[in-house]
Design a protein around this ligand. Structure first.
Ligand code: AMP
Length: 433
């Protein structure tokens, strides 16, 4: 570990950058974020989901118990710290466990079931940063807790699909599978174990270790991603028990009925322990599941792991940095941030107070406006307005001050007219945009 240089010169000259694996969202990125959030809100409104938020950190045990000791998240990706009171906490590495914790804590099982909620916010995983993989990233997700019927699974997949459709992304794929339940999964895991027993040398070191702890993860071994070992592995879909098979068939028939396209991918293992039955991912064109935009599934065993009675539930989480990267890649148009309507310029410092007053009056009337500041020449103020993309410059000169008028200049046409100050706001609000 390199120690930071603590000499006073080094301290004075040191520059800072955002921590590795994190992103700054700049003003020019903001239209994408607004667009994506508006789409998420509209999807949730249409499906009757209500927003929920939970703290950014929780008791570390909440995640190790539910996500699973043998998962990447718990083994090596959590940001864990002790607070001053000695409590061991973790920045949330995902949201489902927190939402279920809150569901129980607030007695939400007494509300009409399923409880349908959505969330949006930062999520933290200490992973090796690479394209589309960050240490702080934003997730939007939905959870329906308290109902096991496959129609809710169909609703969940439909909802994720609706969200991506609303964004206008093209050529996305839904990959779908079932990973069974505690009745049928153990036999499948045994079948996998005997299949892989003499092939471990062809997998990565992580997978060799997971052979004992988390055998299903071998299905997404990065070394053998599209290799012969994984592609010939037994399929979970041939090992489902009758109940899981019926559930999966019903889900598929509902999706078919709604015209939602999907591809079966029995290798979808999902990283977390708590999934049961339905699992799905949405992937962008031409890329594997390593770059999924969104992942979801049923987690009927999770609430029981938190010490309550078994409660079926399903949800999905979408990664928004990857979603926005795909919007950019596909050159999807997003509504630009509206620039202020007017720039109030003054010809002399004598007009500065009047300019501020006019700017303030405009804002009170709902017209967005900026005032030219700092004693720049009128020409410099026009250039400034132009550079900011503001179309109307309101000029206050000696003449205007004396007569209580304003000269309104349209920067695109060069047209100018002088009007009484009281007429400026109506003029700006009634003009074509
Ligand atoms: P998961 O909770 O692992 O199922 O992930 C759900 C979604 O969150 C993924 O499909 C990604 O879009 C996103 N995601 C997960 N991990 C990261 C990460 N480290 N950086 C950026 N996005 C991520």
């Amino acid at each position: 570990v390199k120690r930071p240089d603590s000499s006073s010169k080094a301290r004075r000259t040191r520059t800072y950058a955002a921590p590795r694996g994190t992103l700054d969202i700049l003003p020019e990125d903001e239209p994408y974020w607004r667009f994506v959030q508006a789409a998420a809100e509209e999807t949730c409104r249409l499906f009757g989901y209500r927003r929920m938020e939970t703290p950014m950190f929780e008791d570390v045990g909440l995640f190790s118990r539910t996500v699973g000791e043998a998962t990447d998240i718990v083994e090596k990706e959590m940001y864990v710290f002790s607070d001053r009171g000695g409590q061991e906490l973790a920045l949330r590495p995902e949201w489902t466990a927190n939402i279920c914790r809150a569901y129980l804590q607030h007695g939400m099982h007494n509300r009409p079931q399923p409880v349908r909620v959505w969330y949006w916010g930062p999520t933290f995983r200490y992973q090796r940063p690479q394209a589309g993989r960050y240490r702080q990233f934003t997730q939007f997700g939905c959870e329906a807790i308290g109902e096991g019927d496959p129609s809710i699974d169909a609703e969940c997949v439909e909802m994720a699909w609706d969200f991506y459709g609303r964004l206008g992304l093209r050529d996305l794929r839904i990959e779908l599978s079932s990973i069974g339940d505690p009745t049928c999964r153990p036999a499948y895991q045994e079948a996998l174990r005997s299949y892989y027993a003499d092939k471990l040398d062809r997998l990565c070191a992580d997978c060799q270790r997971r052979y004992d702890t988390n055998i299903m993860r071998l299905l997404d071994c990065k070394t053998d991603m599209d290799g012969p070992v994984t592609s010939r592995a037994p399929s979970i879909l041939d090992h489902l028990c009758a109940d899981c098979r019926d559930h999966f068939d019903a889900l598929r028939s509902y999706l078919d009925e709604m015209g939602i396209p999907y591809t079966l991918n029995p290798r979808l293992a999902r990283g977390l322990d708590y999934y049961t039955r339905t699992v799905f991912e949405i992937t962008p064109p031409g890329e594997g599941s390593q770059s999924s935009l969104c992942g979801g599934g049923r987690y009927d065993g999770l609430i029981e792991l938190l010490g309550s009675r078994p409660t079926p539930a399903i949800g999905f989480a979408a990664g928004l940095e990857r979603t926005i990267a795909t919007l950019r890649k596909q050159s999807t148009p997003v509504p630009p941030f509206p620039e202020p309507t007017a720039y109030v310029a003054c010809q002399s410092s004598a007009a500065a107070a009047a300019a501020l007053r006019l700017t303030s009056d405009l804002r009170k009337k709902g017209v967005s406006a900026l005032a030219g500041v700092g004693g720049r020449s009128l020409k410099a103020q026009m250039r400034h307005a132009n550079a900011l993309g503001i179309r109307r410059v309101l000029i206050l000169g000696e003449d205007e001050l004396a007569k209580g008028t304003v000269t309104v200049r349209d920067m695109t046409t060069g047209e100018q007219k002088t009007v009484p100050r009281s007429k400026v706001a109506p003029l700006l609000t009634h003009r074509r945009p």
